[in-house]
Design a protein around this ligand. Structure first.
Ligand SMILES: Cc1cc2nc3c(=O)[nH]c(=O)nc-3n(C[C@H](O)[C@H](O)[C@H](O)COP(=O)(O)OP(=O)(O)OC[C@H]3O[C@@H](n4cnc5c(N)ncnc54)[C@H](O)[C@@H]3O)c2cc1C
Length: 478
């Protein structure tokens, strides 16, 4: 089959673009190197939907951040993705007023509403902000989202509406003949398309090179985190930032959409863009920094550390139709606020795509609500006992709780495995229904999840992976 559009890379940008294209009568597909979508930068971030006051006016970052943050509430409601409008505060000490005012003015230029708060106003909103705080820039429109759920929802919806997603498909070689691109994957599979969209994140430079498109340079910065138990969420409602510096927005304290708390991220230049190991120095840096903006730092409640790697290409995002490679769009350097900007970037890439191939009018779209397949736990918790009992009567597997920390049932896990984009690993299940996301981090439920995965996928338990290639959990000694 020759697709009209082939997207390379299944992070939030690639899946958002695929979702956009799948609204039209064009054939489209996506190649993702890993065994699930959204496992790289797009699931390893702060999950903040930034208001957009701080981006340099006139840049793609400013334009797509502001538009993206406005799209988020409705988009997440439509897709059944958890989003909370929490507001954010940039916290400053006695000598910070000029910096806070400068951010406030920049917000005005970007069309973003912010307020400058005094010490008492800060304490009224967030009693646990550092006692050294004298001023804060409050942005009521900021929010938090579960980033990997957005990626999965984009992917599931695109698939339901006719797009193809190929996992474990690392685009390797690219050639073009008689107006058709041939993309050969590392495992030898071959894909054909009239147009290519490079959304390969950290590997965007490599893909451009393979396609003979413009040369781009990307740099990388590791961002490390502590994730805290849900019991800490009672102490914080708003996303708290320090004053930004040349390396970025700084080490924040934030509630997550699912009710945990995050401390981080660091920002350390690295050369390997897909190594997610945390470092002792990075974690120490967070421990030393959090107290500057937050009084209630409690490292005894940490349940996990993790890291992501930002991809930066100069001062702005690169989103352009190639002048060298025909029918080719580059999306590169999508660092923060790329998650927030994703829906708006997808709209813009849709416009660029329509200059290549007429997309026509939007087709009738089937809206696949994410909570129909996953996130049922969240919905179920708000259900009445009668409703829960009725569901269990209809399918007793909804009464069999597998993950005790997050109260996730076998029924939900099975449904997640068989969602439009099949979940095949322990972490793919975890991202969809939160089995293993709680306080014990899968200590109790992992063996049961492996058993269910093996049964549902009809493979041996020893073949089930935790996440990436090679991450086997069960070793067959026979
Ligand atoms: C620490 C940190 C904190 C952040 N916090 C925020 C935040 O709070 N708010 C916000 O708005 N933004 C935030 N961001 C930025 C945001 O996460 C990114 O902008 C966004 O995730 C980029 O998405 P992407 O799809 O471009 O990249 P990725 O998610 O990296 O996706 C690229 C995909 O391409 C795949 N790929 C690579 N090579 C190939 C190949 N050859 N063939 C096929 N597939 C390939 C990869 O496996 C990957 O899945 C943060 C980023 C980091 C690292």
């Amino acid at each position: 089959m020759i697709y009209d559009f082939l997207v390379i890379g299944g992070g939030v940008i690639g899946t958002a673009v695929l979702y956009e294209l799948s609204h039209y009568d064009v054939s489209c597909a996506l190649l993702e190197k890993e065994n699930d979508v959204g496992t790289a930068c797009s699931s390893r971030n702060s999950g903040i939907v930034h208001a957009g006051y701080d981006c340099k006016p006139g840049t793609f970052k400013a334009r797509f951040n502001v538009r993206g943050s406005r799209i988020f509430p409705e988009l997440c409601a439509e897709l059944g993705v958890l989003y909370k409008k929490t507001g954010s505060m940039v916290i400053g000490g006695a000598d910070s007023l000029a910096d806070i005012q400068a951010l406030h003015e920049r917000g005005k230029i970007n069309g973003v509403y912010t307020e400058i708060l005094s010490r008492n106003q800060i304490a009224e909103r967030e009693p646990n902000v550092s006692r050294d705080a004298e001023y804060a820039l409050y942005a009521p429109d900021a929010g938090v989202v579960t980033p990997y759920k957005l990626v999965i929802a984009y992917a599931d919806n695109a698939v339901i509406n006719g797009a193809d997603i190929f996992l474990n498909a690392e685009a390797d070689r690219i050639s073009r003949d008689s107006g058709v691109y041939t993309v050969t994957a590392a495992d030898g599979r071959v894909f054909f398309a009239k147009s290519l969209i490079n959304a390969a994140g950290y590997a965007a430079c490599k893909i451009n090179q393979a396609a003979n498109a413009e040369e781009i340079r990307q740099d990388y910065a590791l961002g490390e985190y502590f994730l805290l138990d849900k019991r800490e969420s009672k102490n914080i409602n708003t996303v708290l930032f320090p004053l930004p510096d040349s390396r970025g927005k700084g080490i924040l304290v934030a509630p997550t959409a699912e009710g945990n708390v995050l401390y981080g991220p660091t920002s350390t230049p690295v050369t390997v863009p897909d190594d997610y190991a945390v470092t002792a120095e990075g974690l120490k840096n967070i421990r030393d920094s959090v107290g500057r903006i937050y009084e209630k730092a409690n490292f005894a409640s940490v349940i996990k550390t993790f890291a992501g790697v930002r991809t930066v290409a100069g001062l702005d995002f690169i989103i352009e139709k190639s002048k060298k490679a025909e029918n080719y769009i580059t999306i590169a350097g999508i660092c923060s606020p790329g998650l927030t900007a994703a829906p708006a970037i997808a709209e813009y890439v849709g416009e660029l795509a329509s200059e290549i191939t007429a997309l026509g009018s939007r087709k009738k779209y089937v809206n696949y609500k994410e909570e129909e397949a996953s996130g049922i736990a969240a919905v179920r918790r708000q259900d009445s006992v009668e409703k829960i009992n009725e569901r269990i009567r209809q399918n007793p597997r909804y009464g069999h709780i597998v993950c005790r920390c997050e109260t996730v049932s076998e029924g939900e896990i099975i449904k997640a495995i068989h969602s439009p984009l099949t979940a095949t690993t322990v972490d793919a299940v975890k991202r969809r229904v939160r089995a293993g996301m709680g306080r014990c981090q899968g200590g109790f439920c992992t063996p049961k999840v492996i058993e269910i995965l093996a049964r549902e996928l009809n493979i041996e338990e020893s073949e089930i992976l935790k996440n990436r290639k090679g991450s086997k959990i069960v070793i067959d000694l026979s």
